[in-house]
Design a protein around this ligand. Structure first.
Ligand SMILES: Cc1cc2nc3c(=O)[nH]c(=O)nc-3n(C[C@H](O)[C@H](O)[C@H](O)COP(=O)(O)OP(=O)(O)OC[C@H]3O[C@@H](n4cnc5c(N)ncnc54)[C@H](O)[C@@H]3O)c2cc1C
Length: 251
């Protein structure tokens, strides 16, 4: 039975672009209608497959940024890498009404639901905020007041994905705190963090290990590895630290 359910989920489905949202100058969200979508958990991803006119195919993984809903829609948020094969097409060329193929949901490890509880410590670099946003959107939609903190590393304030939505979620007063660190450029008068994530920063942001937070870290591989090993050194249980690596570089 489990095998049948898995096969049903992992068939390639046709998705239609129904809306496009520019999140930052390099990042665009795609709202997709996916007939037959079986639903997903916050933190899961899909594979997207593109086929050229000559039959050449290529595929990439993208996190689902939207929480579970009943309308067979989901949102992907794509950062455009200018020398990339797939992301410039998804983040710049697609229009409403265009179609693409996807399969999923994929992944059962990097997932959070209100029933798991907290505290919830989320650590993101760049587009690593996408699956974490699904968790924060779910937390809000479910009315959860589990204490949550997001430490989010971006190159500059303009590159902070979901910036205004994060401010609204914090203002909602449900126990979410967001700490931004801007690694390359800071606006005049910036008094916040302005360096790459390190042990000292994690120590000041994380709850104590005794409070046993669930920790989700997502972003470029070096950021994920640095943060995960620093948190283990600080005494957090490895089993409560979940990681997702997006790619080799970043900053
Ligand atoms: C589970 C999972 C979920 C992901 N979710 C998202 C998401 O929600 N949003 C998103 O934008 N991306 C996400 N990614 C990354 C995505 O799959 C692609 O790797 C990314 O879009 C680059 O693809 P590309 O074809 O444009 O670049 P490629 O042609 O594959 O690579 C171009 C160049 O960029 C470098 N590169 C590749 N990937 C990255 C990266 N992530 N960061 C920096 N440099 C890189 C390569 O080394 C190469 O030099 C996810 C990856 C994984 C594994």
């Amino acid at each position: 039975m489990v095998g049948t359910a898995l096969q049903r989920r992992l068939i390639w489905r046709t998705a239609e672009v129904v809306d496009l949202v520019d999140e930052t100058p390099r990042v665009r969200s795609l709202v997709l209608a996916v007939p037959g979508w079986p639903g997903h958990q916050a933190g899961q991803h899909v594979d997207v497959r593109l086929t050229a006119d000559d039959g050449y195919q290529t595929q990439r993984s993208y996190s689902i940024a939207s929480p579970q809903s009943t309308d067979e829609r989901l949102t992907l948020t794509i950062e455009r890498l200018d020398d990339g094969e797939v992301s410039p097409y998804l983040a710049r060329e697609l229009h409403a009404g265009d179609q693409l193929e996807l399969r999923g949901p994929i992944g059962g490890y990097f997932v959070w639901a209100p029933a798991l509880g907290g505290p919830l410590l989320l650590i993101a670099g760049g587009s690593g905020s996408c699956p974490l946003m699904a968790m924060l959107r779910l937390r809000q939609a479910a009315g959860s007041t589990v204490p949550a903190r997001l430490l989010y590393s971006s190159r500059s304030l303009d590159e902070v994905i979901y910036r205004s939505e994060l401010a609204r979620l914090v203002a909602a007063g449900s126990g979410l705190e967001v700490m931004l660190t801007l690694t390359r450029a800071q606006p005049p008068g910036w008094t916040g963090l302005h360096r790459r994530i390190d042990t000292e920063m994690l120590q000041s942001v994380a709850w104590s290990p005794a409070e046993r937070p669930w920790i989700f870290i997502c972003g470029p591989t070096p950021l994920v590895e640095t943060a995960a090993s620093a948190l283990v050194d600080l005494g957090h249980e490895p089993a409560r630290i979940k990681t997702e690596r997006f790619g080799p570089t970043g900053g």
